[in-house]
Structure formats: C-alpha cells, structure tokens
Design a protein around this ligand. Structure first.
Ligand SMILES: Nc1nc2c(c(=O)[nH]1)N[C@H]1C(S)=C(S)[C@@H](COP(=O)(O)OP(=O)(O)OC[C@H]3O[C@@H](n4cnc5c(=O)[nH]c(N)nc54)[C@H](O)[C@@H]3O)O[C@H]1N2
Ligand SMILES: Nc1nc2c(c(=O)[nH]1)N[C@H]1C(S)=C(S)[C@@H](COP(=O)(O)OP(=O)(O)OC[C@H]3O[C@@H](n4cnc5c(=O)[nH]c(N)nc54)[C@H](O)[C@@H]3O)O[C@H]1N2
Ligand code: SF4
Ligand SMILES: [Mo]
Length: 895
C-alpha cells in the first residue's frame, strides 16, 4: 500500500452502511492509516461504529486482485478490455441487446453507476442492468413510487431525534445503522418522553432501548399496519385536511383494512392484544411519529405492501415531511441511494425518471444524444440469473457484488454462471466466491483508492476521496466501463476523463427539462469545476439551479410527483404468510451481525471484528432445540428444497418457537458449508421483484459428528480436515473450528493442518475421548489443537490470544494444554467490545462488583466508550444479570 500523501488528513466517507458517516483518514509514514470520525460531517458528527473504526485494518493487500486476468492468466488491460468489448458487441450483434447484462451494486460510486446505466440503457439499448439493491431496497422504491409518484425519501436523520415516538419496523438499527442508533439513543436520553417501539420477530440488540417490542409472526406486518390505519380512523386521529387536500384513495385503503378488530389482528400477528392496543394508542396520541423500516419490511414477498401499509398511516395523519415526522426507509449500502438516482435498477431510467414514461425516455435520449433508449424493463436480479441459467444471457458483467452468495437459491446461481458463455467480474479481492466463475477478471480500486460520490439514507451526497495510490494495476470501476464503452464504438458519449466530469453530467441531466416536476434535481452542481468537486462538502438534495435549499424535507404541503400532484393511499390486503409444510416446519430468517459486512471480504480480514462472532450459527428456541435433541454448541443442518448449511446451534429465546435465524455473512472462504443464500427460496415480491430473504420454510436437524476440534494456527492450512469447518483471523494467525465423522487419525490431522517439524507437547485421554496438542518452533507457539468427541470446551477468547505471546515458560506451556487460562488471567469470555477487546466475563465481573449501568461498566473497563457499537449489548447483559439477581430470591422462596 502506498499512501498518496503522508500525514495529510483526507475527508472521505465510510464504505459500509447507508448512514454515510464522514471519515478522516490520515496516512501514516509507516504505511498504516489512522481513521477517525469527521466531526464536521452532518451524518455522524465525529462518531464511527466498530466497523468504521476498524477501516484502517482492512487496507492490506493480502488477497487483493492487482492485475487483469483473461481465462485465468494475467493479461494487460488492453487485452482484457478488448476482450470484454468484443464479446459484448458480438453478443449484441448476434443475439440482440437483451442477450447481455450488467449486475452491479450499491457499493459502487454514483459516477461508476451513472456510466454503467448510460452504456446499457442508452447505447447497448437494453435495460438489462440490475443491482444487488434489488435484494435490498427495491420494495421501498416500489412503495415510494406507488405512494409518492417518485422514489422520494421524505425525511432526514434529524427527524429521528425530534420525534416523540420512533417505530422501528424490521430494522436492527443497533447493529446495522449503529451511528444513527447512537443518535437516537442520545436523543432519547435527552428527551425522557420519547418512546421507541421495535417491531421484529426476533429480540435484537436494538430492543435494548425499546419501550415496547412487538415480536410479531414473520411477514404479518401488513395486518398490524392495516389495523393501525383502521384504529387511527376509528379514534378520529386522522388529519382530514391533509387527506382531502393532498391525497387520493383513502376510502379504498380504509375499506381494505376493515374494522380494527384487535382479536383478529392478535391472531394474525401472534401478538398480545394489550400490546397491539398500546402500540395503536401510542401512535394515535403522538403527532411526532417517525416509522423507520428496513429489511424486515423490504425483503419479503409482500415487501411493497408492507411499505405502503406503513406509508398509509403517515398519509392518514399528515405526519410527513415535517420535523420529527414521517416514514423513513433506512438504506443498507453506502450508495444505495446514488444507485437509485442514476436509475441503476432494471425498471428505472436515470435521474429518477421512469422507463415506462415515453416523455422521460425522450428527455433522457435527447440529453444523451444516444442512438437508442431502452423502452421496456430489463430482467430483475432473480429473473436475470434464471435467464443466465437458461442460456439467454451470452455476456454478463458482475461488479462489486457476489451473487453466488447473496442471491436466493445461490447454488442455482453458481450453476448458471458455470454455463454462461462469457462472465466478467470486477472486484477488489481474489477471495470472493464469485471470482472463480470469471472469464475476465478486472481488478477494481478499493475504498481509499477510488474517488467519487455516494448518497446516504437522508439524501446527503458526500465525497469518497482517494488517499492511497492505486496498487498494482487496479483501476476504478468508472474507468473500466468507460474504456469498454469506447471500444464498443461510443467514444464521444464516453469521453469522460475523471469522476468530476461524470458527476457534472449526472447533475445536468437531473435538471434537464425538469422545472420542478421531478424530485431529484441537483442542477446547482452541473457546472462544478474540478477543484470545487475536490473540495465538495456534503449536501442534501434537492438543489435546483438558482434556488437556495429552503427545506430539506418533502411533502409537508403535498406536491407529490404523481400527475395530479397528490399522494396515493395504496389499499393493501393482508395475505397470511404461506404455511410451513411438514417436511420443512421452521421459518428461516436471515440477516446481519454487528461486526461483519455482507460476504466478509473486508471485515473478515480483521481479527478485532471477527472476535465478536467467529462462527456461523443458527439461533434456535430452547423448546425447539429440546425437541430436536440439540444442545448448545451442537452442529445443526438447516435445509430447504434449494440447499443446505451446517452451522453451530445457538439456543436462545431471542427467537420464537418455529423460527430460526442464520446470518448471511459466511461464505466458502470462511466455512465449509454456510452460504445461507443457497437455502433461501427464490420467491419475490410481485411489484418490486425483491426476494423474501427473511422467510423460507426449512428443516433443522442435529448434525452428529464423531469428533470435534478447535485450533489456533500460524498459517491458514491449504486443506482443512473434517466435514465441518469455520476459520477466521486472530492476532498472529487463525482460529479454526472443525469436526468430522469416523475415527480421527491424530497424526494425519496435524499433518493436514500444516503443523510439521514442531516440538510437540501432547496430552491424550483416550478413554474420555479427547487429546490436546501444542507445537513450538524455537520456543514460539505455532499451533494449539484441541480434539474431542464432544464440542470442544476451550476458552476461545483466551486461546485466540495465544499466538501473541513470544515465548512461554514451561508452566505456561502446560497451561496451553489445559485449554483455559490460569487463574490470574481469567478468560474475557465472548467478545462484546471490539475496540477494547472486552468480553462478557469481564463485564459480568464488573457488574458483580457494583457497576450497575452502561456508564459505570465503561468507567471500569472502557468497554463501550470508544465507538459505542456495543452499548446495547452491555445493556442487555446488564438487564440479564440484574434479572438473575432479582430472580434468585424467588427461587429460594420457591425452594
Ligand atoms: N453490521 C452490519 N451492518 C450493515 C450491513 C452488514 O452487512 N453488517 N449491511 C447493510 C445493508 S446492505 C443493509 S440492507 C442493512 C440492513 O439492516 P437491517 O434491515 O436492520 O438488518 P437485517 O439484519 O437484515 O434485518 C433486520 C431485521 O428484520 C427482522 N425481520 C425478519 N422478518 C421480519 C418480518 O416479517 N417483519 C419484521 N417487522 N421484521 C422482520 C429480522 O429479525 C432482523 O432483525 O444493514 C446495513 N448495515
Ligand atoms: N439470505 C440473505 N441474503 C441477502 C441478504 C439477507 O439479509 N439475507 N441481504 C441482501 C442485501 S440487503 C444486500 S445489500 C446483499 C449484499 O450482498 P453482496 O453485494 O453480494 O455482498 P458484498 O460482500 O458487499 O459484495 C461486494 C463485493 O464487491 C467487492 N468490492 C468492494 N468494493 C468494491 C469496489 O469498489 N469495486 C468493485 N468492483 N468491487 C468491490 C467486495 O470485495 C465483494 O466481493 O445481500 C443480499 N442477500
Ligand atoms: S454507522 Fe458504521 S458502518 Fe455505517 S457509515 Fe457509520 S461508521 Fe460506517
Ligand atoms: Mo442491503
């Protein structure tokens, strides 16, 4: 890594979630980069979460793709780009424009996205460009367009702070939008009247600040919000002036919702009647209400209906576009919003214009001076890969996403890619599951190297800036697309020389023949000079030419983007979720964990983040576990008709009976069989085409292995023994969980793990069925391997630090074999605070010694005092410990 400018602090934006925090990156003389939150950035005001704080640890060149490759061999850019252009041109000529496709991502920058969309829709002449946002935001987009006539997010982050009631629907804000969560947490502390309701089938870390948690049955949100709409009407809590002046369709929506029968709603949602009634009253009585929603809403076969059922309640109360009020879709990826602005979805045009609108098509074609313009929707992600499998797509370019992991029915996606005649993959890493399927591999510039803009959840555009020179021959995504477009014969339209030029054109198009008819207008930036682009400070749209930004919110006074400028209520019928069958009796829910990002290609590199949760798992309710004869730490198989995974059982009442939760993150790079996308059914919402990744009927069974192992190793073994494994980094090496069938041959295992020529110390209790082995080279521990018939009982946090000790005394060496730390060095326990590496045992100890609040735990241990991402977990731990303490006397009495 070469830092572009030593010691010069660069203002940039975090490449992870849609909060879009400002980051100060300062390259250090030793090649490292110091990372801090930008105090001037209006998204985070200096805060960063655990992932943002660890950005400096993810910049190593290990596993980076540094050179183009064609057919598995290093090539020059000339050869690679010529090949891509020729194959795309050939396919278009022979099979027509719809025989080619781009599959891109909310993690490329607006400038990258703009040129990709322009090339496909305006020059190739197909709308076959879709994006992983289809798996993420498509239902919000569809819901917004139905209700508002445009894909407009009406509110701002500040609304969450100004509200008196914040309803979080299908959003684990504490883990997935941590800095926004912290802003909410701080606002609640400052305004004790503020109430927070969490609507999620699972008890998540976000529940730590909830006054009410509604653990509804999966996919029953429409019943709950239809009921709320009816309640608002029946309790005279609607805003009739707003309804009459600014909306259409109220009567139909009310009729569809039916009367507010709490008993029926309780049955449909599985909630307690009094909880439903309490929630409805809170909403009816609180003018300043914000409803935040995320993947528990979008990722559903009824996702668009969920969005509209929520929006209906805001339209009915006129609580939209005013401070502290509104529906608020929290976006996932750093540039989910930018992708929508340029029209990166297969059913959108550019600058929030509609593909199905002939006027809009004319505007865009005229502006682009393009030979053609796509005039019908392209293939949406799930259909696109189905078409690939059917041989209909002859050339496919995948950029900044890993569909063999993140799409539903992911094994079928893998098979489809094998048969596709020509696949291009642009990525930053070699270790991504999709990379092996590429005919041409293009090395992309990564965060810190690339330059451009992103838009966060509140429509705020910020710069990502380069502070590291391109390593090897990597090039940014926009450059790759522009070079291919030129080779396809479109030199003039793709004469861009830098991101600034692309941004200017994008801004100009947003204003072109707009006259206030379209929400997305950043015309004020259309003449931005290169220098001004370099120094651009974060701004929120709209920013029309000549109009200073008066208001950062939309729709307080109507002015929607429908033909009559009125909003639409959408009548949403509740459809009971499909029944689970006998063969697949559980509902699989999937999602995220705090310290990992998607397929772990970046966050999986840092031991500090991996330590929080180091193995893929399935949350299972204790009663289900009992019935399945599954104990904590057993391995379980979760399978559907589409595929299967083997993961560790995490027995907990955080999930309800009949439901299991598996994280989406672990890929073939990190585990033997944990790609949960392979299990997820490819069923989609009829309006948005977004898959229902939170609801798949599955079977769960115990995977009884004959032996289990845990190891810490200096090097990653080239082949891992056993039928199950999960690997991750620890300081100085790797930690490995593994297990297998049959009688293990210890010598062979050690050999396979690459532990040769070491001085071994072993203990072996054949009768009890365990053995332990530690190997040294020149007095430095190289590996510690623990084998057992049962899941291995070793203090993991302690063991994960063993490779940091240089030399060990004789006594310390024997201690390694004991599998637990000496009494004077207690095991930290499962990691809670990743900044200071504080575990739950340490927190419990502090609580026992009197630290009875998150603040006091922080004062004692520093835990939670840096990025603060773990504060909700400390709170939950505190609640549990306090509950245990107060439960004890009861037990004594009962005895
Ligand atoms: N740590 C971390 N943060 C991230 C990401 C990451 O990978 N890691 N990814 C980013 C991205 S791209 C996204 S899209 C966001 C996602 O952010 P979130 O949407 O907050 O995250 P998820 O964990 O996918 O799902 C949220 C919740 O939906 C709940 N849910 C499931 N089914 C239902 C249902 O039927 N109704 C309701 N009401 N809830 C339901 C799940 O139990 C889960 O707790 O996170 C962003 N932030
Ligand atoms: N079961 C299940 N599946 C899901 C979800 C779920 O909740 N459950 N969530 C869905 C959602 S919301 C999302 S957003 C997706 C995310 O899923 P993906 O998009 O597949 O996941 P990422 O790991 O973010 O993939 C990004 C890839 O781009 C590479 N990359 C990073 N930066 C750059 C760059 O600048 N240029 C290029 N060319 N490459 C780059 C990374 O190395 C990585 O390989 O998963 C979806 N799939
Ligand atoms: S909340 Fe965390 S992951 Fe999201 S943008 Fe901010 S620092 Fe990055
Ligand atoms: Mo996402």
């Amino acid at each position: 890594m070469t830092a572009a400018n030593h010691d010069k602090t660069v203002k940039t934006t975090c490449p992870y979630c849609g909060v879009g925090c400002g980051v100060l990156a300062t390259p250090q003389p030793d090649g490292s980069v110091s990372i801090k939150g930008d105090p001037d950035h209006p998204a985070n005001f200096g805060r960063l979460c655990s992932k943002g704080s660890a950005l400096g640890e993810t910049l190593s060149l290990q596993d980076r793709l540094l050179y183009p490759e064609v057919d598995g061999k290093r090539s020059s850019w000339e050869t690679a780009l010529d090949r891509v252009a020729a194959r795309f041109s050939d396919a278009v000529r022979e099979h027509g424009p719809d025989s080619v496709a781009f599959y891109v991502s909310g993690q490329i920058l607006t400038e990258d996205y703009y040129v990709a969309n322009k090339l496909m829709k305006g020059f190739i002449g197909s709308a076959n460009i879709d994006t992983n946002s289809r798996l993420c935001m498509a239902s919000s987009v569809a819901g917004h367009r139905k209700a508002f006539g445009a894909d407009t997010v009406p509110g701002t982050y500040e609304d969450l702070e100004l509200a008196d009631l914040v309803v979080l629907v299908g959003s684990n804000l504490a883990w997935c939008h941590p800095v926004l969560f912290q802003r909410l947490e701080a606002a609640k502390a400052a305004n004790p009247a503020m109430r927070i309701v969490v609507i999620d089938p699972r008890q998540t870390a976000t529940c730590a600040i909830a006054d009410l948690h509604l653990a509804l049955k999966p996919d029953t949100d429409v019943a709950l919000f239809n009921g709320l709409l009816a309640f608002l009407a029946e309790s005279y809590s609607t805003n009739d002036r707003y309804i009459n002046n600014f909306t259409e369709g109220f009567e139909e929506a009310i009729q569809q919702a039916g009367p507010c029968e709490i008993g029926r709603i309780a049955e449909e949602t599985g909630l307690q009647r009094q909880d439903i009634a309490l929630f409805y009253k809170m909403v009816a009585q609180t003018e300043k209400t914000v409803t935040v929603y995320s993947q528990g809403v979008n990722q559903s076969v009824v996702g668009t209906d969920k969005v509209n059922a929520i929006i209906n309640t805001h339209l009915a109360t006129g609580r939209i576009g005013r401070p502290g009020m509104g529906p608020f879709s929290a976006t996932g990826q750093p540039n989910a919003m930018g992708g929508r602005e340029v029209g990166g979805l297969a059913n959108m045009l550019a600058a929030h214009m509609a593909l199905e609108n002939p006027d809009h098509r004319e505007i865009v074609q005229e502006f682009w001076q393009s030979p053609v313009i796509a005039d019908r929707q392209g293939l949406k992600a799930v259909d696109l890969f189905e078409a690939v499998g059917q041989g209909k797509i002859k050339a496919l370019w995948i950029m900044a996403t890993s569909p063999v992991d993140s799409l539903p029915d992911a094994d079928a996606v893998r098979e489809a890619l094998k048969t596709c005649p020509f696949v291009v993959v642009s990525d930053v890493t070699r270790s991504a599951d999709t990379v092996p399927f590429a005919d041409v591999l293009l090395p992309a510039a990564a965060w810190g190297e690339k330059d451009g803009t992103v838009t966060n959840s509140e429509r705020r555009v910020s710069r990502q800036r380069q502070f590291i020179e391109f390593p090897g021959e990597v090039r940014p995504d926009w450059w790759q697309i522009v070079e291919v477009a030129r080779r396809m014969g479109y030199e003039e339209a793709f004469a861009f020389e830098n991101p600034a030029g692309i941004f200017r054109e994008h801004a100009e198009l947003s204003a072109y023949r707009n006259d206030g008819r379209r929400d997305f207008d950043i015309g004020a930036y259309k003449d931005l000079a290169g220098d001004a682009y370099q120094t651009l400070t974060p701004f929120q749209w709209p920013r029309a030419v000549g109009k200073p930004q008066a208001e950062s919110r939309f729709f307080a006074d109507g002015n929607y983007y429908t033909p009559d400028r009125k909003a639409r209520f959408v009548a949403t019928a509740f459809k009971a979720p499909r029944k689970t069958e006998r063969a697949y009796p559980y509902v699989l829910n999937t999602g995220r964990v705090r310290d990992q990002w998607h397929t772990m290609t970046r966050t999986g590199k840092t031991s500090r983040l991996v330590a929080h949760i180091a193995e893929p798992f399935a949350e299972i309710h204790p009663d289900d576990a009992a019935e399945l004869q599954v104990s904590a730490a057993d391995l379980v198989e979760v399978k559907s008709p589409h595929g299967r995974v083997t993961v560790r059982a995490l027995v907990t009442d955080r999930v309800s009976m009949g439901e299991v939760y598996v994280p989406m993150h672990w890929t073939d790079q990190f585990a033997s069989c944990a790609r949960i996308g392979a299990v997820v059914a490819p069923e989609t919402d009829p309006f948005s085409g977004q898959p229902g990744s939170k609801f798949t009927p599955v079977a769960v069974s115990k995977r009884q292995m004959d032996w289990h192992g845990f190891a810490v190793l200096r090097e990653r073994p080239s082949e891992i023994p056993g039928s199950y494994w999960a690997i991750g980094p620890v300081p100085g090496g790797y930690r490995l969980e593994f297990a297998g069938f049959g009688e293990p041959d210890t010598n062979e295992l050690l050999q396979l793990l690459g532990c040769t020529d070491l001085d071994w110390l072993s203990v072996d209790d054949g009768s009890a069925g365990w053995s332990r082995h530690a190997g040294w080279k020149e007095d430095v521990l190289q590996s510690a391997i623990f084998l057992s018939r049962q899941p291995v009982e070793v203090a993991r946090q302690w063991a994960s630090e063993l490779l940091t000790d240089d030399t060990m005394s004789k006594q310390e060496r024997f201690q390694v074999l004991a599998g637990r730390p000496p009494a004077d060095r207690p095991d930290a326990g499962a990691l809670v605070c990743s900044c200071f590496q504080i575990g739950c045992n340490q927190i419990s100890e502090a609580v026992k010694n009197g630290a009875d609040s998150v603040q006091k735990v922080g004062a004692e241990l520093k835990a939670g005092t840096n990025c603060g991402s773990c504060r909700s977990e400390i709170q939950s731990l505190l609640d549990d410990l306090m509950k245990e303490a107060t439960d004890e006397p009861d037990l004594a009495q009962a005895g």
